[in-house]
Design a protein around this ligand. Structure first.
Ligand SMILES: Nc1ncnc2c1ncn2[C@@H]1O[C@H](COP(=O)(O)OP(=O)(O)OP(=O)(O)O)[C@@H](O)[C@H]1O
Length: 702
């Protein structure tokens, strides 16, 4: 029997369950080792305890009820919580059995700690783990709290005790808030569901949910959940940040669906267009802009879906009816199988204003350019006004008077004698007289008396018959015959040999002459224009020019003024030559710089207009650009002419020719010859040299 008791004791002690025996008063009669270990008591301590120590939620009243139930049912199963010696609670399932022996009644309870073991528990744990959710239950009767592992993990707590209201509030950044929430649920059964931020770095965002469990109208327990939503919250915070960024950008951002319904918009839409949040709640593109038709929207939407992105300009409409220019980037968005048009709209009013200003500035530049062109045209016109039909440039009053004389005498058949320095334009005046004369349709026959050898002048002027002199192999028609009915221009008349002068006088007086080597007298009706740079009066005195011829020629004298005496003409003449030679040389010159004009004006031009003409021709060759600037081509400015330095024109010509010949080593014609440099016909230069007594020996002697 004893043996049997021992075996039973041994069996109970080694059972894999916690076992305890209780009497009717709730006193512990026995507890096996497992039970003692779980609660943390030794055998002696344990035998002093009652059920009220082990489960503080049990009252005398509830124990009596429980006793009665177990007695009646004999076996009874329930779940509850036990408190260890250290004060920690843990959940248990209890199988109770009622024993009655010789009026000794006991309850034998087999207790199973289910806080860690059950399948459901582990399922719940992993669910909690995945969802970062931890549960807790606070018993308001005894202040005991049970919390799941996940709940402990969220707060880095070792045991449930850390989650009691007194402990938990200090975990949060705003302890007052959680305190109030807990107070609310305890006192007024107010459930809560809040997101609270914990202390610490980094902090956590915890969703705290709690509900009262009522017994009658009294809050008996609070069950709650903590959920770590830090990650989600941060995402939400970021999203919120993005949203704020979007809302705070200047651009308007709209998202429309295919139907044209406004799905999302930035706050700027309200600010800039004047809408309220409510007005935008269920608005469509058609209300936002009544100019948009359903058909247009459909096509536009499809185009965006097709191309992915469309950029265009538009006028945004404000609620007050005013419009402003915008630039729209419409993007295709595909989300959850739906197409959206996300439009970013930029107010371009300022840019447009700038564009307008730019446009206006451009227009102004254009009109200035046109004005300049007109001015240029005007200048051109002015020049062409000054260049008359005879290609004579004239601005000066003094020269205008000369031209007046030209026009006065031109339509008459009066003989004209044009005098003036070389290069002043005597030949040009002769042409002008001719082109304004009645015989203008006939050619102007020109004879340069200086270029012809003396012995040939007669035949040149009057013609000859074959055999008239040695070398006269054919008949030759003279220039007077050619000029019959028209005009003959006798240039350098001062070079006319004295013995021919009487023959010329006869033509002038009687309109007839005898053909050289012929028998007949030829009658002609010729208008004579003669020119000379020599002082004929002096020649008369010297006996080299017939006085009667002089008077016959000098019926209508025109004195051509040297350029230095009509400097006002220089700018126009220079411009005229610049254009003439520029187009001839294929250059781009359009104008002369002021400096160039000033320098040209400062020069005295012993060679007169011809010298200016040659100067510009040279400049056009050596320079480039559109504006002619001064350069090496410019002659050194001649200062005021001192009387003592003044040479006679002939002497000046002689010295100049000698100077040139020295440089060409006496070469007169051909490449690099003096005639080329002096811009003269070689024959003329030979004649001139002869006349001036220049011989090669003279050149190399000096
Ligand atoms: N007023 C002018 N406007 C434009 N060109 C002119 C003017 N006067 C002269 N010229 C030009 O100057 C150059 C010299 O003129 P022109 O040959 O008529 O002078 P000239 O007095 O006859 O000279 P020379 O006595 O040496 O024969 C010519 O090319 C001529 O076209």
């Amino acid at each position: 029997m004893l043996q049997e008791t021992l075996v039973k004791d041994w069996l109970v002690e080694t059972l894999p369950y916690e076992v305890m025996w209780l009497d009717e008063t709730g006193k512990l009669l026995y507890a096996n080792e497992k039970f003692r270990n779980r609660l943390g008591y030794n055998k002696a301590e344990l035998l002093k305890l009652s059920i009220f120590d082990i489960n503080p939620t049990v009252t005398q009243e509830s124990w009596a009820k429980h006793w009665a139930t177990v007695k009646r049912e004999q076996t009874y199963y329930f779940k509850g919580s036990h408190k260890s010696k250290s004060g920690k609670f843990y959940e248990v399932e209890v199988f109770t059995q009622f024993f009655s022996n010789n009026r000794n009644n006991i309850i034998c309870a087999i207790v199973n700690d289910i806080s860690h073991s059950s399948f459901y528990k582990s399922l719940m744990d992993s669910t909690q783990d995945i969802a970062n959710v931890g549960g807790w239950k606070l018993n308001l009767q005894d202040g005991s709290i049970i919390a799941t592992t996940e709940a402990l993990k969220i707060f880095n707590a070792e045991d449930s005790e850390a989650l009691t209201p007194a402990n938990i509030i200090h975990q949060f950044k705003d302890p007052e808030k959680i305190k109030n929430l807990l107070r609310g649920v305890m006192r007024t059964s107010a459930a809560y569901d809040e997101v609270l931020e914990t202390k610490g770095h980094p902090s956590k965002f915890i969703r705290a949910v709690a509900k009262p469990v009522l017994k009658g109208d009294k809050v008996y327990k609070i069950v709650g959940v903590y959920q770590d939503i830090t990650e989600r919250q941060l995402k939400e915070n970021n999203l919120q940040l993005f949203k704020e960024v979007i809302d705070n950008v200047e651009d308007l951002i709209y998202v429309f669906n295919r139907k044209g319904e406004l799905i999302h918009y930035s706050v700027s839409v309200m600010n800039q267009l004047g809408y309220s949040k409510k007005q935008l709640e269920s608005i469509t593109i058609f209300k936002l802009d009544p100019t948009i038709t359903e058909k247009w929207w459909k096509e536009h939407f499809n185009e965006i879906v097709d191309k992915g992105l469309l950029r265009f300009e538009w006028l945004a409409l404000k609620t007050d009816g005013t419009k402003f220019p915008v630039e729209i980037s419409a993007n295709h968005l595909r989300y959850n199988g739906e197409d959206y048009n996300c439009a970013v709209i930029r107010n371009v009013t300022e840019r447009k204003k700038r564009d307008l200003k730019l446009y206006e500035a451009l227009e102004e530049i254009k009109s200035l350019k046109e004005r300049l062109e007109h001015e240029n045209e005007y200048l051109q016109e002015e020049i062409s006004d000054k260049i008359n039909a005879d290609n004579i440039v004239c601005k000066s009053e003094i020269y205008s008077k000369v031209l007046e004389q030209v026009h006065l005498v031109a339509p008459t058949d009066t003989t004209v004698l044009i005098t003036g320095e070389s290069g002043t334009g005597k030949e040009l005046l002769a042409s002008a007289i001719h082109t304004n004369s009645l015989g203008k349709n006939r050619a102007l026959i020109k004879v340069n008396c200086a270029t012809l050898p003396k012995e040939l002048i007669e035949s040149e002027l009057f013609g000859h018959k074959k055999g008239a002199f040695t070398g006269a192999v054919t008949d030759k028609v003279g220039k007077f015959t050619l000029a019959d009915g028209g005009t003959i221009f006798l240039d350098e008349i001062g070079e006319m040999p004295i013995d021919l002068q009487s023959k010329l006088l006869r033509v002038l007086q009687e309109g007839e002459f005898d053909e050289l080597g012929g028998t007949r007298t030829i009658k002609v009706d010729v208008r004579v224009i003669a020119a000379t740079n020599r002082k004929l009066e002096d020649m008369i005195k010297e006996g080299t020019f017939r006085e009667d011829l002089y008077y016959r020629l000098n019926v209508f004298p025109i004195y051509n003024i040297p350029l230095r005496e009509r400097k006002e003409d220089i700018p126009l003449l220079a411009q005229f030559f610049l254009e003439k030679f520029s187009s001839k040389a294929g250059k781009a010159f359009k104008r002369l710089s002021k400096k160039t004009v000033d320098a040209l004006m400062a020069y005295n031009y012993p060679g007169n207009i011809r010298e200016l003409e040659n100067l510009i021709e040279r400049a056009v060759i050596v320079e480039n650009g559109t504006t002619l600037n001064t350069g090496s081509w410019m002659p050194t400015t001649s200062g005021p002419i001192k009387t003592a330095e003044l040479l006679t024109f002939e002497e000046a010509q002689k010295q100049h020719i000698i100077e040139v010949l020295k440089r060409t080593d006496g070469k007169v014609s051909g490449v690099n010859g003096a005639a080329g440099i002096l811009d003269m016909n070689a024959k003329t230069l030979f004649a001139k040299m002869k006349k001036l007594g220049i011989e090669k020996q003279t050149v190399f002697k000096s």
